[in-house]
Design a protein around this ligand. Structure first.
Ligand SMILES: *Cc1c(COP(=O)(O)O)cnc(C)c1O
Length: 415
């Protein structure tokens, strides 16, 4: 234990001394961060009570400044946050911030910066065109066989790059009122809907009783065969993953869940324990990350994250190119960076660790996979392709008929 702690301290000291930006990410794979940090005097029963975590969230500039030194960018950002998306950080998640490091990848996700107020021409309030695919309020039906069901507009904490910041936290007076009955009725009367994704806001902010009711209603619909929940609550507030919540999930299971982890430092002992509880209740777990500038747009950081996810029984599902949400330019990483990371994952590490990189098409085209080019040419003769090391290979096609649609000429895309 002592050795591990000393090693951890040395790693941290080392990373302070050397320039943060040029240094490769060094992970101590033996450590799972644990503890109450700034709140170590709070009794354990309170700390482990999710309602305490919610009541004690940091939501005001003064509360933040009482606990850490802010940069000018952040102070100004906080002053304006309520015009766009409220600020809220649970004590648990706040502890993961390195308060000494202005470039801390955790603080960038939840502390507003003045960049949020800068809006460029390509940015939108509803970047993936959800409102135009919404047959009833709170229900988005974009794909043939599945719907997105927004069941609340509140979260435990607010991600500064939130794609639904138009409605989430109600800072922009969108006045979203989830219409459970209307949504359920739509699903009941649309037999093509076999998959329902509960999101919001964060569905796990609903009480166990409400979730029990909603899941029960969905389970009564014969054509609904797949139910999943998108939630960042395990990451922001693992205390919410109680035995009784797990009972509800088990009762209506299998309920699949996508969590949202962006950086290996978010993979704490508490998150791991929450994932254990969910897994043991029969909830298959996936992860969705958003590619963010100076947070996780780095292959070492991304790999460390993906490896930690596997150790928590979480299958990496998507890496999203950051949507063109208003005021997000300072957090958006480049697509070329994303492609480069994907290239350095496939073949270089466990296949289970490799998620699909997608762009949710601006304006409402849905999620589209974005892949590095492995195919170099398809003709009557063969398919020519590169492997993960860049070496060229061919697989003969002579014995097949190669359709015109399938042919492709020397694709040369280099990012
Ligand atoms: C992401 C999303 C889904 C689910 O997509 P999968 O690729 O099946 O995970 C469904 N509906 C909407 C509107 C979405 O944005």
């Amino acid at each position: 234990m002592m050795v591990a702690q000393t090693k951890w301290l040395l790693v941290r000291l080392f990373s302070k001394i050397i320039n943060q930006r040029t240094m490769p990410y060094i992970e101590d794979r033996t450590q799972w961060y644990e503890g109450q940090g700034l709140w170590e005097d709070v009794p354990k029963e309170k700390w482990n009570d999710w309602t305490w975590q919610l009541r004690n969230r940091i939501t005001l500039l003064e509360q933040l400044e009482a606990r850490m030194e802010l940069t000018d960018e952040e102070r100004e950002g906080c002053r304006h946050a309520n015009e766009k998306l409220a600020m809220a950080i649970t004590p648990y998640f706040f502890n993961l911030i390195d308060r000494e490091d202005p470039n801390c990848p955790i603080r960038k996700q939840v502390i507003p910066r003045v960049g949020e107020m800068e809006v460029s021409a390509e940015e939108m309030l509803d970047p993936v065109g959800e409102d135009s695919h919404s047959p009833v309020p709170g229900l988005v039906h974009r794909y043939p066989d599945r719907v997105l069901f927004l069941v609340t507009d509140r979260c435990a904490a607010y991600c500064r790059y939130c794609t639904r910041s138009r409605l989430v936290s109600n800072a922009q007076d969108y006045n979203f009122h989830p219409e459970f009955e209307q949504g359920l009725k739509y699903i009941e009367t649309h037999p093509e809907v076999r998959d329902v994704l509960l999101s919001g806001g964060d569905p796990l902010l609903l009480s166990d009783k409400k979730l029990d009711y909603l899941l029960g209603r969905l389970r009564q619909i014969p054509h609904v065969e797949f139910i999943r929940i998108g939630s960042r609550i395990p990451v922001f507030m693992p205390q919410r993953i109680t035995e009784s919540l797990c009972e509800v999930l088990k009762k209506h299971g299998p309920i699949w869940m996508s969590i949202h982890v962006n950086h290996p430092r978010e993979c704490t002992a508490e998150l791991k324990a929450a994932c254990d509880r969910l897994s043991f209740a029969g909830t298959p777990l996936g992860n969705q990350s958003v590619l963010l500038k100076d947070v996780n747009d780095d292959v070492d950081v991304m790999k460390a994250l993906l490896h930690r996810l596997l150790r928590m029984r979480v299958r990496p599902y998507y890496i999203y190119q950051c949507d063109l949400i208003t005021g997000s330019a300072h957090l958006r990483a480049s697509v070329c960076k994303g492609l480069e990371i994907m290239k350095q994952l496939r073949g270089h590490t466990t296949g289970y660790a490799v998620p699909q990189y997608v762009i949710d098409a601006p304006g409402g085209g849905g999620k589209v996979p974005i892949n590095p080019q492995y195919i170099t040419k398809i003709d009557d003769d063969a398919i020519h392709f590169r492997n993960f090391e860049g070496k060229l290979f061919r697989y003969p096609l002579k014995s097949f008929k190669v359709d015109e649609d399938c042919r492709c000429e020397e694709a040369e895309i280099e990012c």
